[in-house]
Design a protein around this ligand. Structure first.
Ligand code: GDP
Ligand code: MG
Length: 317
């Protein structure tokens, strides 16, 4: 059953209130502490900056990004001879917004058929679920979508994708059990070309990110796709689970070094207190954050929006 509540027709501000509500877990502490330090009159001294540093680090922002925010704020306060900590609230808000803004780059579907999206990431991060949500998102935009299950390792992977294909009105290609994932995806491209399909989304297997075999398999998939009449993958989307905090930086680095990532989707922002990692990912890698996943329903997918994310932390009341 399709959930009638469609994100495409939701009012703009409802996404903001959604984020505010759902980010409560993600950024509640961060929000509360920043408000305590910079919405109340505090003396601007070394202790205040130590507290800011501690606040950022404990919400899972890495040390490098934390130092950047603290140093900029300190310099701004000194340069402008600011005495009152309240006057720094908007400054910090803006500096943190500036970290997120460059990675707010939505996925544009070019008029190339099929537009190929390869979904990768370790086990359990939400790859298959995100594919279902994406397929529905494109279905609402009146695109024809084909799914293919390149996960030949996990028992039930095909069946799980099959459920999502029905929910999202997309077409799932049958897998030839004798073939490996790159051959299965190769066939899916040929099929989609023949049928003039708009978008092909390929699921892949997870396992461990330091698993040499996994990287080998993903490299083979990208090689095989390139050989298919020079078809390029249009989006290599890495799925990261917000729950794993700083560990997602390592995951992104390994996948990016081996395969080359063109976009990120961060799932499970509804169930974590480690949302600060979004700032680390944005600051350390200049890779677009496409979507946020906020639950298990088909409509729990949201375009990443830097302003909404910041406004959910820096609450103005
Ligand atoms: N709360 C929450 N759960 C999610 C989200 N995305 C996926 N999940 C759950 O995470 C689990 C693993 O998802 P799955 O798509 O099978 O991960 P995969 O192994 O990467 O394909 C499932 O129980 C999903 O329902 C999300 O955004 N929020
Ligand atoms: Mg899966």
């Amino acid at each position: 059953m399709i959930n009638k509540q469609d994100f495409n027709i939701k009012k703009k501000h409802s996404f903001f209130s959604f984020l505010k509500k759902n980010l409560i877990k993600t950024t509640k502490d961060l929000s509360k502490k920043i408000i305590n330090l910079f919405k109340k009159k505090n003396i601007i001294d070394r202790e205040l900056f130590n507290k800011l540093k501690e606040t950022l680090i404990t919400s899972d922002i890495d040390i490098h990004t934390t130092n950047k925010i603290c140093n900029l704020t300190k310099e701004y306060a000194q340069k402008n001879k600011i005495q009152d900590s309240c006057k720094l609230y908007d400054y910090i808000k803006n500096e943190m917004f500036k970290i997120l803004l460059p990675v707010e780059i939505p996925l544009i579907i070019k008029n190339k058929k099929p537009f190929i999206i390869l979904i990768i990431g370790i086990n359990g991060v939400g790859k298959t679920t995100t594919i279902g949500k994406l397929a529905y998102y494109f279905y609402k935009q009146k695109k024809s979508v084909v799914l293919v299950s390149g996960d030949t390792f996990r028992a039930g992977a095909y069946e799980q994708l099959s459920i999502w294909s029905k929910r999202s009105h997309s077409f799932l290609l049958e897998n030839n059990k004798k073939k490996d994932s790159s051959a299965i995806i190769f066939d899916a491209i040929s099929y989609s070309k023949k049928k003039n399909i708009d978008i092909l989304i390929a699921d892949t297997s997870g396992r461990l990110h330091n698993n040499v075999m996994l990287m080998k398999e993903l490299k083979k998939i990208t090689r095989v796709i390139k050989k298919n009449n020079n078809m390029l993958i249009d989006e290599v989307m890495l799925i990261l689970d917000a729950n794993i905090g700083q560990n997602s930086i390592n995951q992104l680095k390994i996948f990016h070094d081996n395969i080359g990532i063109t976009g990120i989707t961060i799932t499970k922002i509804d169930s974590t207190a480690k949302g600060g990692v979004v700032f680390s990912l944005a600051n350390k890698f200049n890779i677009p954050i496409r979507f946020l996943g906020s639950g298990e329903k088909i409509t729990d997918l949201h375009l990443f929006n830097a302003k909404n994310f910041i406004n959910a932390i820096f609450i103005n009341n």
